[in-house]
Structures are given as structure tokens and as C-alpha cells.
Ligand binder design. Structure first.
Ligand SMILES: Cc1cc2nc3c(=O)[nH]c(=O)nc-3n(C[C@H](O)[C@H](O)[C@H](O)COP(=O)(O)OP(=O)(O)OC[C@H]3O[C@@H](n4cnc5c(N)ncnc54)[C@H](O)[C@@H]3O)c2cc1C
Length: 410
């Protein structure tokens, strides 16, 4: 075996999920190769915005704290939000979530994706046992319980006891491994942009359900919001191309003026939305994490939260395997990871899918039911608190890395 070497674990994809997993594995003393297309940005111009942001649950916060990167993220910029308002039409039905009602300082944090990635990669650079490999084109994959190998276009290769595919929705590893997918286009695109709100953001995340798709206003520093506006592809393209003033007008109207006039700050981008779930997360010598395994509608901002829980669960399973002298690539070991995560991911995916269909349906009876339901859910404390626990990533068996004060090693 020549070239890129031998490792305990090789992770393909150094995004939020892959970089978290790689850091956890290296901190546990494993030799890790981390493959990424290009070196991630560790800094950026003052005042610039990342159009991609994530609403992180408390469970994700714990994982990132236990990995030792939360403090750096805080320095780079994270925004706690204390309230959430979900509504369809003003004055009819609204669900209000408030942190103080559940004795929490906040309901979660909105963080630019570049902040999470930069904090992780800075920690990786200071961590023993991590070899970053950039710009490799993967051409071949061989997997087996005793280990797996990757062949690159330049003729080099790499061998590891376990290969981890965290290479996103269009995972090359998943494809080369021949793992099939259940997938469906939502026939919706998400338009993202950063806007300044005339009345500030009120430390509140807002989500309005409209027939064409949900509009989310996620609070960023000071008076900024990151918006995610899901709409049919033609409308999303139209919104992206509209003159800035016309766009602001339409956005302010769509938000029903909840924070006054909204003004565009910089560019707009559009992402096609798709529901996707891998038929298997594992095969001997290989495991899939994050979007490589499952892609869900962003309406409840759960994608990366599920991916971080995947990473924490796989680290936990590998720790148990090591304690029992089992090979990390053995199917019996990897199935424990799949069993721990697939059911939960599927349940969240189906719930988001159900929400999307319920709220996307213009049938007046359904609309009436929705508004009554929202009004009711908004008034019944216990039901509302259940929603809040979901937002906080509570109410499920959490892997050790997602619990408060875990040592952060596996
Ligand atoms: C509009 C929108 C809004 C969203 N909002 C939220 C939210 O608020 N909260 C939330 O939890 N989720 C949200 N999501 C979902 C979230 O962005 C994804 O779930 C998350 O990015 C998945 O992380 P990942 O690391 O698995 O994959 P990715 O972020 O896709 O990272 C994959 C990485 O692998 C690298 N890669 C790919 N192929 C290769 C290769 N062959 N070799 C080397 N490297 C490779 C890529 O460069 C990339 O860095 C949103 C999604 C969208 C579209």
C-alpha cells in the first residue's frame, strides 16, 4: 500500500459532522485521516455574512462543548435565542416557545456554518493524530470487516480499519459502496439571505407557514436575521432575481411586518430541497454519518443536529468496541451505531415531512384545523413544553458526548 498511508479511521468530508467526528476520534487516541475537498476558511472579512447558518439544539451545544470548540465558536460569533414564534396568519393561531418557561437561559443558538467549521478545523490543527488530506479524487473503494481502502485518481491509496462517509447529500462513498437511497424531491427550493430588521431581532426565531412553504427568520448578531424561505422552484428563482427593493417588499409582506421593514445585506442563494435516506448506514468497514445518511427538510432546522448525534453515537459505539477488543469495522459493531440512530433520524424526517405537507395544503378545512391546532398548542403548556424539549434536543436517550460535562473522549 503506497502513498496516503494507514490509519485507524479515515473520514471523507470535513464539514460540520465529519470534522466533529474526526476530532472526537483523534481525542480518543485514534489515528485519523480527514479528507476534504479544500482547506476550509479559518477567518473572513469583518462584517461579511455566511448565508448558511444552523439552529443548534442544546444536545449539539453539549457535543461541541465536550469537543472543546464551543468557546472558540463563542469568540467567532454565536447568537442565543430565547423565544420562538410559529404562526400561519397573524392573530389566528400562534405557538409561542419561551426559554424562561422551562427554566433555560435560551432555546438554542443560531450559528453561521463557517463558525462551526472554522472552530473545528482550528482544534483539529492543534490535535495529535489527525492527518488532513485535501483535494483527493476518490476513484475506488474496497470494504471488509478487517479494514477498508480508498484508491485515488493520482494512483495513491489509503487503508483504514474503518472508513466514515461524512461527505454530504451526494456522498461519493455511499455511491461507491453501492448503498441505495429512498429519495424524493420536495419540489421546493430554499432561498437564503441575511437581512437587517428595522425593529431588531428580539432574540426570537420566527417561522411562518405559508401555502408555498415556510419562511424562517433566524436571529443573528444585533438586528440581523438569516432567512430561509422555502418556495416552489419558480418562485424561489424569481425571489432570487428580484431587484433588492422589490425583494425586501415581498419579504417584509411575507413576514407580516413582525419586525418592521427587512433590508437585504449582501447576496442571496437558493438550495433545492430533497428528502433522502440511505437504505443502510453501515457495511463491513464503512459507516455513513450526517447528510450522507439522511437529508431532511430544513423547516425545523434539524439536519446538522441529527448529524452531530450520529457522530456522538458512532464514537460511543467505537469506545465500547475497543473496550471489548472488537474490530471497529466489524458489522456487529457498526450495526449498533445504525440501530442507535436510524429509527430516530427516520422519525424526525417523517415528522418534518408531515409538517411540510400539513402546512403546504391549501384545503380550507385543513387550514381551519391547523389554526385551531396552533391556537390550542399555543395555549396548552405541557404540549408546548414538549415542543420546547424537542428544540433543545432533549427527551431521547443521548449518547455520552451529548450529555453535560462528558469527558469528550471515546
Ligand atoms: C437552506 C438550508 C438551511 C438549513 N438550516 C439548518 C438548521 O438551521 N439547522 C440544522 O441542523 N440543519 C440545517 N440544514 C441542514 C444542514 O445544513 C445539513 O444537515 C448539514 O450541512 C450536514 O452536514 P454534513 O457535515 O453531514 O454535510 P455537509 O455540510 O454537506 O458537508 C460535507 C462535506 O464533505 C465534503 N466532501 C464532499 N465530497 C467530498 C469528497 N469526495 N472528498 C472530500 N470531501 C468531500 C464537502 O466539501 C463538505 O465540506 C439546512 C439545510 C439547508 C439546505
Amino acid at each position: 500500500m503506497s502513498g496516503a498511508g494507514e490509519y485507524d479511521i479515515a473520514v471523507v468530508g470535513g464539514g460540520m459532522v465529519g470534522a466533529s467526528f474526526a476530532l472526537g476520534a483523534a481525542r480518543a487516541g485514534l489515528r485519523v485521516a480527514l479528507l476534504e475537498r479544500a482547506e476550509p476558511a479559518l477567518e473572513w472579512p469583518e462584517g461579511s455574512h455566511d448565508l448558511r447558518v444552523s439552529a443548534l439544539t442544546r444536545a449539539s451545544q453539549r457535543i461541541l462543548e465536550n469537543l472543546g470548540v464551543w468557546t472558540r465558536m463563542r469568540e467567532l460569533g454565536i447568537t442565543p435565542y430565547e423565544h420562538m414564534r410559529v404562526w400561519e396568519r397573524r392573530g389566528i393561531g400562534e405557538i409561542a416557545f419561551d426559554a424562561d418557561e422551562i427554566g433555560e437561559p435560551d432555546l438554542g443558538h443560531i450559528v453561521e456554518n463557517r463558525v462551526i467549521v472554522a472552530a473545528l478545523w482550528r482544534a483539529l490543527a492543534a490535535q495529535d493524530g489527525v492527518t488532513p488530506l485535501f483535494g483527493r479524487t476518490i476513484e475506488a473503494l474496497e470494504t471488509g470487516a478487517q479494514g477498508a481502502s480508498l484508491g485515488f485518481a493520482d494512483g495513491e491509496s489509503l487503508r483504514a480499519a474503518l472508513l466514515v462517509g461524512a461527505d454530504g447529500a451526494r456522498s461519493r462513498l455511499r455511491e461507491l459502496a453501492g448503498i441505495g437511497l429512498s429519495a424524493r424531491d420536495y419540489d421546493q427550493h430554499a432561498l437564503v439571505a441575511t437581512v437587517r430588521a428595522e425593529q431588531g431581532n428580539g432574540a426570537t426565531a420566527w417561522q411562518r407557514f405559508m401555502p408555498g412553504g415556510p419562511l424562517a427568520l433566524l436571529p443573528l448578531r444585533r438586528d440581523l436575521f438569516s432567512i430561509v424561505w422555502s418556495a416552489d422552484p419558480a418562485q424561489a428563482a424569481d425571489l432570487r432575481q428580484a431587484a433588492p427593493e422589490a425583494f425586501e417588499e415581498r419579504l417584509t409582506r411575507a413576514s407580516e411586518g413582525v419586525r418592521g421593514r427587512l433590508r437585504l445585506q449582501g447576496g442571496r442563494a437558493v438550495f433545492p430541497l430533497r428528502l433522502q435516506h440511505a437504505n443502510h448506514y453501515v457495511q463491513p468497514g464503512l459507516a455513513l454519518l450526517g447528510d450522507a445518511a439522511h437529508v431532511i427538510h430544513p423547516l425545523a432546522g434539524q439536519g446538522v443536529n441529527l448529524g452531530l448525534l450520529d457522530a456522538a453515537a458512532l464514537l460511543d459505539v467505537l469506545q465500547q468496541a475497543r473496550a471489548n477488543s472488537q474490530s471497529p469495522g466489524s458489522l456487529a459493531v457498526l450495526r449498533r451505531y445504525e440501530r442507535a440512530r436510524k429509527g430516530h433520524n427516520l422519525a424526525v424526517q417523517l415528522a418534518m415531512d408531515g409538517f411540510k405537507h400539513l402546512f403546504g395544503n391549501p384545503n380550507p378545512l385543513l387550514a381551519l384545523g391547523r389554526n385551531l391546532g396552533m391556537g390550542l398548542a399555543g395555549r396548552i403548556g405541557p404540549l408546548r413544553r414538549q415542543f420546547e424539549r424537542v428544540a433543545l434536543g432533549q427527551g431521547m436517550e443521548l449518547p455520552p458526548l451529548a450529555r453535560p460535562g462528558a469527558a469528550g473522549d471515546c
